[in-house]
Design a protein around this ligand. Structure first.
Ligand code: ATP
Length: 346
């Protein structure tokens, strides 16, 4: 593939970015003092409930809106206050894909992909070659002549991705790009995005309200609430030990590793004490369990889930301990020092 070549992804940095929308007497702080860095070639997942500020955040990056205060640096250059003409030229390095695909219905898949190239003034012959390469890259070589209505949702999003890649961007922004797709198609589109990132080196920012998307594609995650980034870190770090309630809630939607209220009530009907234990590498669970067992306490696993993320395993188990109350209490005290260990109480 001659023209689809690796490049260095864009570095994106928010420095104290605030965005206030005012109309009359009311104002909404859509972004509240955001500090955030996306390193070249990284995939950042931005997650939050509706109204958290995700779309506003993306609009700052592509210069479609400007912060009320703060700086937005693309590869070290602050774009806030930059003349429109310059921003437009920077925007050529940014590709976008959308939830509703935003394809032109009157053009074929090939025509949609060719459009940005036409705008950029690429001669017809070169354009055709490039479109063929892009169709091949997204696995739609045989679909170039189809109109959007003749394509499935997943195929339309592949066309959207090919179109976004046409002008060789170094940054790809994905706004709920898989939200309109079924789980299997979502998986295929995310796999394609990962390929885009790995083979081309493009930085990707994925806006989503689905933690599964973050889990399967992102390197880092920013959790947003009320215009603030309330938690930011490696996906492994955030998934294995979320620090905020909102992050924990999102993690719980994709990892069913703790009993819900109904399951907990059923479990509490039995004997003994119940503990949910975070199993990390140095949790100390197996040593504590062996010690308690050697003193006649029985330990049964009643719930749990272990996951691998970025080649590291983590998870939680819920255990029921029955036997000598003092030994059980020692087990609990001991684990509280080495990992997160919570008792399930009535
Ligand atoms: N142009 C605007 N004028 C006024 N208020 C706005 C504007 N754009 C966004 N807002 C407000 O800013 C806040 C953040 O909105 P934003 O669309 O960024 O959230 P979001 O997390 O993307 O939500 P969703 O997932 O529903 O798209 C909301 O309270 C919204 O009503």
């Amino acid at each position: 593939m001659t023209n689809i070549q690796p490049r260095t992804g864009t570095r994106v940095e928010f420095q104290g970015v605030t965005k206030v929308f005012s109309s009359g007497n009311t104002s909404v702080t859509a972004l509240d003092n955001i500090d955030l860095v996306v390193e070249p070639g990284e995939i950042l997942g931005v997650i939050g409930y509706s109204g958290a500020g995700k779309s506003t955040l993306v609009r700052m990056i592509n210069g479609l809106d400007t912060p009320t205060s703060g700086k937005l640096l693309l590869d070290g250059t602050n774009i806030v206050g930059m003349p429109e003409k310059q921003i437009r030229s920077l925007r050529r390095n940014i590709g976008m894909i959308f939830q509703q695909f935003n394809l032109m219905r009157s053009r074929t898949a090939a025509g949609n992909i060719a459009y940005p190239l036409k705008l950029a003034g690429m001669p017809k012959e070169q354009r055709q070659q490039r479109v063929a390469e892009l169709l091949d890259f997204v696995g739609l070589s045989d679909r170039g002549g189809n109109y959007p209505e003749q394509l499935s949702g997943g195929q339309k999003q592949r066309v959207g991705i090919a179109r976004a890649l046409a002008t060789n961007p170094t940054l790809l922004l994905c706004d709920e790009a898989t939200s309109a797709l079924d789980p299997e198609t979502t998986h295929d589109v995310l796999a394609l995005l990962r390929r885009v990132n790995q083979e081309l080196g493009i930085t990707i920012v994925v806006i989503t309200h689905e933690m599964d998307v973050v889990r399967s594609i992102a390197d880092k995650v920013a959790v947003m609430e009320n215009g603030k980034v309330v938690e930011f870190g490696d996906v492994y770090q955030v998934f294995s030990a979320p620090k905020t309630q909102v992050a924990a809630r999102f993690v719980a939607t994709t990892l069913r590793n703790t009993p819900d209220q109904i399951e907990a009530d059923e479990l509490l009907a039995g004997d003994g004490r119940l503990f949910t234990i975070n199993l990390t590498e140095h949790s100390g669970f197996f040593t504590a369990a062996a010690e308690a067992r050697s003193q006649g306490v029985s330990i049964n696993i009643v719930h749990g889930g272990i996951t691998t993320l970025k080649h590291q395993s983590f998870g939680k188990i819920t255990v029921r301990l029955t036997g000598d109350p003092e030994v059980i209490e020692t087990f609990y005290q001991r684990l509280q020092r080495t990992t997160e260990c919570e008792e399930i109480l009535r």
